[in-house]
Design a protein around this ligand. Structure first.
Ligand SMILES: Cc1ncc(COP(=O)(O)O)c(C=O)c1O
Length: 304
């Protein structure tokens, strides 16, 4: 991936209805979205020029905005078309797409009932960084310094910018300690997710994943659950406490960015757990890769 700064690149960004030169896609410093985090966004990948689950992402963007009390003045179909326009204008085949909607700068204060709603869509090249084989090495995680909040305290099902404050702080802390990512527990101490991905545990051939009652029910999460069911694997959604890592053989993450990524170590305050990707993880890494690349799934190992 290029290390060019994101505000100083060639290309075009779609801003409020038209493509503008990349460096001109700016907003005012008194934007409500900047001061009060009244912004929602999506993270999408395109493979071979096609955005995976595009409509679902744009419907979720609308749902996120609704949870934040505003309506995006472009329909999901219009956002689909605008995203395709952005890919075409920038010549992107394998990349990442980032739509973001936010309250503008007309009113400056906690209340901003009449601020204009803006929408921008940017995209950049992001080829699959690791082959499935390289990804199977697995990542290392440690406990996040913050916890996912109670649904009574925040709009937890919105992909809202403000909810990433705890993720950025937790991920920075984990990286500072030499880990790849943070494991986010929820306010009850249950396993919730990673900072930008959902989590699955494999225990004696059965897949377990936390009930998404205070975090995003990821599009990749649901896709991978479908793939798992197609292979005949049993999946249980339930509350899971971190002590259960002690009787877990495989752990993997799912998300648009990480796709299906195995976890090889989770270090918590009182215990360090190690995992090895087994048949289930390996099959799902390959099945997801085949699905997004538009290839038929070729089982690495036969179904359980
Ligand atoms: C906090 C968080 N959880 C889960 C996910 C996974 O969601 P998806 O699979 O829709 O990308 C993401 C990524 O969007 C995320 O940021």
């Amino acid at each position: 991936m290029s290390m060019l700064p994101f505000d100083d690149r060639d290309g075009s960004i779609w801003l409020d209805g038209a493509l503008v030169p990349w460096r001109d896609a700016k907003l005012h410093v008194l934007t409500h979205g900047l001061h009060y985090a009244s912004a929602v966004f999506e993270g999408e990948r395109c493979y071979g020029g096609r955005i995976f689950k595009m409509r679902e992402h744009h419907e979720r963007l609308h749902a996120s905005a609704e949870l934040m009390g505003f309506e995006i003045p472009w329909s999901a179909a219009e956002i689909d078309a605008a995203s395709e326009e952005v890919l075409k204008a920038n010549g992107i085949v394998d990349g990442y797409v980032r739509p973001i909607a936010w309250r503008g700068a007309e009113m400056m204060g906690v209340s901003a009932q009449h601020n204009k709603i803006h929408l921008a869509i940017a995209a950049w090249e992001w080829p699959a960084y690791f082959s499935p084989e390289a990804r199977l090495q697995g990542i290392r995680m440690t406990e996040g310094m913050y916890r996912r909040p109670d649904p009574r305290t925040a709009p937890v099902h919105s992909k809202a910018a403000g909810l990433y404050m705890i993720c950025t702080l937790s991920k920075h802390d984990a990286e500072g300690k030499g880990f790849n990512d943070a494991l986010m527990l929820d306010w009850r101490g249950q396993i919730a997710e990673a900072t930008g991905a959902n989590i699955f545990l494999v225990q004696d051939g059965v897949i377990h994943t936390p009930t998404p009652d205070c975090f995003l029910d990821g599009i990749t999460r649901r896709t991978v659950m479908d793939l798992a069911r197609q292979r005949g694997y049993e999946i249980v959604e339930r509350a899971i406490m971190p002590e259960e890592f002690g009787r877990t053989q495989e752990v993997f993450l799912t998300g648009t960015a990480v796709e299906v990524t195995p976890v090889r170590e989770i270090a918590l305050a009182d215990a360090i757990y190690h995992f090895t990707p087994g048949e289930i993880t390996v099959n799902l890494v390959h099945d997801y890769d085949a699905l997004v690349q538009g290839k038929a799934a070729t089982p690495a190992t036969s179904a359980a």
